[in-house]
Design a protein around this ligand. Sequence first.
Ligand SMILES: [Zn+2]
Length: 651
Amino acid sequence: MTDLEKMREKLQNQINYHNILYYQKSKPEISDAEYDELKKKLAAIEPEAYATQDSVGAPPDERFSKVEHQEPMLSLENAYDEQGVEKFLSKIKRFLIADEIEILCEPKIDGLSFSAIYEDGKFVKAATRGDGFVGEDVTHNVATIKGFPKFLQDVQGRLEVRGEIYISNSDFLKLNENNEFANPRNAAAGSLKQLNANITAKRPLRYFAYSLIGGIEKSQSEVLEKLEKLGFCVNEHRSLTSSLNGMLKFYNEIYDCRYNLDYDIDGIVYKVNDLVLQSRLGSTHKAPRSALAYKFSAIYAKTKLNKIFIQVGRTGVLTPVADLVPVNIGGVLVSRASLHNQDEIKRKDIREGDVVTIKRAGDVIPQIVKVDEGSRHTNMPEFVFPDICPECGSKVQIEGVAVRCPEEFNCKAQIVEKLKHFVSKDAFDIVGLGEKQIKFFYDLELIRQIPDIFILEERLKEFSLKEHHGWGEKSIANLLSAIQSRRVISLDRFIFSLGIRFIGQVVAELLANYYVSYDNWYNSMSSNDVELVGIDGIGEKVAESLKSFFSQERNIKMLNDLTAYLQILPVSSNSSDSFLNNKIIVFTGKLRAMSRGEAKVRAKVLGAKISSSLSTKTDYLIAGEDPGSKYKKAMELGVEILDEEQWNRLC
Ligand SMILES: [Zn+2]
């Protein structure tokens, strides 16, 4: 197999894997945008693979009976830009040798396709699309959907209705309180594909019908009218046009007002209106030639900003956040966007009630890219940034672009955020102590500061938690044992978990490696002899922040209380017998055999601590070519100097 073939196979396997998760299990592991990315990569190798999305689908779930579709349920060819739409229109005109063709434009509902069969007007069977040829029997489940017709007036023989089942955005937000589903469509799929239809009946499923097989209608617009007459829910938005401009106009109109719909659409569907022409056009093996889906961007969307509210973070910074009308971007329902700070709001002139363009890419927090000023109502006031903390009412302080609440030890929001950080996954990782529980214990005055976590067990002996909703004997026992199991912790995690400003994981690790033990770190920090800035990778800001933290008596007391409950493991180096272990070294000049970066990594592996400034504490100066002033200073201080040859022998 060539490399290209291997890559092709790998990509295809990945796509198949995600297809199964997505279509069969309704439990996707990746976002739609990431899925599209895989498909694009495959398309680069195998162009026809990208022509249609969902072209493969997945074989029907074995737990359900199979239903063979009399006519395959094909997916649609996709376009991602105006050129794609233009190409589609000119292609069908050429195919039919026609100058003008009527196109019906409809929103593309982002739900789950279904087919429903009626015999002499009686609903007899419903199926999912499955792989397009064979679907899953979901008759009992579909029968529970509110407003789904069981009997049709004046219908003889076999009639098949197709459409899309979905859950509205607002219903989804209510249903998904525990974040069980990635987006409304997954929730709809998970709700429909239940072996027990009673569960389906409890879910807020809705549907739109858009296609009819076995009728006498002559056009797609007549089909929609007929479906309405028969009592089906049919989407109200549609437009008949025969020009490219008309098609694009409909797309833009729907794109602009999409947030008002309360259900997900992921694009526009264009269909040749005349059903005779549709059948003349026929289909490729994957998609009908008579229809096209013009997909919305997976990164940008427009929506309305309801309100700007202020969050107070762990370090007291007031951050404005936009509360949005939920809109689906790349498979994720977005209802919040970061506004960063006061300046950002001013610079972009963002006001409550504005229609805004949101960008969501990867796992980055969604951002507001721009405001649609044309849609702003007159007299909409500018946003006024509060001058008191919305959480505790203290007067805020301005620090550059940041606005901060100074009440570090009294502001509930800051304390709760600090506690949240302390128990988070990369810190103490205490399972079962989330935001909800922290606020709960805070309000009961059981946990008011970090050390309280470790005396919770003591305190609960005089407190009956079981009287409070949501706490069973088992959940209490689980929480206490989770806390108990975290009493031993590595130094770097410990430092990180304190949530000191500017001390992230990387800096915490640098500090831990440099100071090796907690006592050593604590003693150095609380003495005046702090040489932090010398540590490689640690700047002025971090040093200032640590100084300020250790200058507060309450922090010192907190540390002393806390460490009494803990065993903090010193940094163990596998290099304890290395010559450089625990030695402080400084580099100067250019090394010939390796880059400075590589030399530093090797030194760290050997247990050395790297500093960027010389002092009497420095053990060795490693001097390469053209060493400069440090060389002279080392001589003056009496620091031992190693040349490159000596250094190379050591590592
Ligand atoms: Zn406050």
